[in-house]
Design a protein around this ligand. Structure first.
Ligand SMILES: [Zn+2]
Ligand SMILES: [Zn+2]
Length: 273
């Protein structure tokens, strides 16, 4: 079985752990938070940080990478040296990743590659649609057949991403912004265009649509529909924590689905079993 610990989610910093509940080992997805927050939230989650076996980097933006160096040095003091999986184009585009690259084992990450095996789990990267040098989401599978889908920082859900997110028990799905709040807010026009574009972030209605489609198709194909859905990368300026929840509830209502709906927060832990 899998557990998901969203340590932080949002434009100020992102980090999540996918734990193999049978062994207590885990994979860290992104590290855009400071060491203190990382260690505190691992503790709160009941997860031993020394059991991190791999770090998967979705893309090079600072909110996903800025804490990586300090956290890896902190883990080294615990005798933990996880392999970092990151795309070479992301390293080339990020001084934070270049600084880390000399100190740890790095393996390339690309879409469509064979599974990344770590923590007794298998992670399958798929490309997302984002204005980064390269960007990815993940499907993670446990030996007992449990599965999780993870997608943030994507302006649209491509058909490849959509396929990877089918038949999972836990779904971490970006629900970044309310379109009206974004358009009427203070951001400069070019930033608004960027966020709303197909290389930006998924809006609340896009999350509704994706969840409804996944449930409807799963039912038709006899696959699993998600039992727990976590709204991710929620904007603190262009959203609140009620709207993404309502958006996901609406997706469930449209598809007559039934799942727990949770939010990933910027400043506190969300754990899903
Ligand atoms: Zn981001
Ligand atoms: Zn980004």
């Amino acid at each position: 079985m899998l557990k998901l610990h969203v340590l932080a989610s949002g434009s100020k910093g992102n980090a999540a752990i996918v734990e193999n509940a049978a062994t207590g080992a885990g994979m860290l997805i992104d590290c855009g938070i400071c060491k203190r927050d990382f260690l505190e939230r691992c503790d709160e989650a009941g997860f031993d940080p020394a059991r991190i076996d791999a770090v998967l980097i979705t893309h090079e933006h600072g909110d996903h990478t800025k804490g990586l160096g300090v956290v890896l040095r902190g883990l080294a003091k615990l005798g933990c040296a996880p392999t970092v999986y990151v795309n070479q184009a992301c390293i080339d585009a990020s001084s934070a990743l270049q600084k880390v690259a000399g100190d740890c084992a790095i393996l390339p990450l690309s879409s469509g590659q064979r599974a990344i095996e770590a923590a007794g789990l298998r992670a399958f990267p798929f490309a997302t649609s984002h204005d980064a040098a390269a960007s990815f989401g993940f499907r993670v599978e446990a030996p007992d057949g449990d599965a999780l889908g993870y997608i943030t920082d994507s302006g649209i859900v491509t058909s490849t991403a959509h396929s990877a997110l089918r038949d999972v028990r836990i779904l971490a799905l970006e629900s970044n912004h309310d379109e009206r709040m974004l358009q009427s807010g203070d951001y400069p026009y070019v930033i608004k265009q960027r966020i709303a574009s197909e290389f930006g972030h998924l809006s609340n209605p896009q999350a509704t649509e994706e969840l409804a489609a996944l449930i409807t198709e799963s039912r038709a194909a006899g696959l699993r529909a998600p039992e727990a859905v976590v709204a991710m990368h929620i904007s603190q300026n262009n959203n609140d924590y009620d709207l993404p929840r309502a958006a996901l509830e609406k997706g469930l209502a449209i598809a007559e689905g039934n799942a727990r709906v949770l939010c990933g927060y910027q400043g506190r832990l969300t754990s899903v079993k």
